[in-house]
Design a protein around this ligand. Structure first.
Ligand SMILES: [Zn+2]
Length: 160
């Protein structure tokens, strides 16, 4: 058997978990390196068996509980700290949604609005016709400077 094969078995051999086969025993008897390693493993394991975990200091539990309460009082909402970090991002996302939504609604409204134009039944030049035209095209006139232009034209015509 090769040393690499034997050395993989050494921890189990030292712990007594693997039965020592005749080939393995033969190798260990002739190979000083592997025998020394097995010896080291056995010594280490013996030390570990002797070692005892130290007892926690007195009042350890009491002090731990006190410390935990202290920390809990310091930051009551530590578990939700990520919400604080994400809040501006969520606000920005909400703002974008509202703006885009408003723009879409406006576009839809414009699409469905009939384009205002002159009405055929109105007879231009008559007082009733002019009033009807003003009434029906109120939106256009109130939004544009068209009315002002007409007014200036009339002034020019009245005082040439
Ligand atoms: Zn060997």
């Amino acid at each position: 058997m090769k040393c690499t094969e034997i050395r993989e078995m050494l921890p189990d051999l030292a712990a007594g978990l693997a039965p020592a086969e005749p080939q393995v025993n033969e190798h260990l008897r002739t190979c000083i390196g592997c025998a020394a390693r097995l010896d080291d493993f056995r010594k280490t394991m013996a030390l570990l068996d002797e070692w005892q975990a130290p007892e926690p200091s007195p009042y350890f539990d009491v002090r731990l509980q006190a410390r935990l309460r202290e920390e809990a009082a310091k930051e009551p909402a530590r578990g939700f700290a990520w919400i604080k970090v994400l809040r501006p991002v969520m606000a920005a996302a909400l703002a974008v949604i509202v703006i885009v939504g408003a723009a879409v609604v406006r576009l839809e409204e414009k699409k469905h609005q009939p384009t205002p134009g002159p009405v055929a039944s109105i007879v231009p030049g008559t007082p009733v016709g002019d009033l009807q035209a003003l009434d029906q095209n109120h939106d256009i006139y109130s939004d544009s400077d068209l009315l002002d232009d007409l007014q200036t034209q009339e002034d020019v015509n009245a005082n040439p």
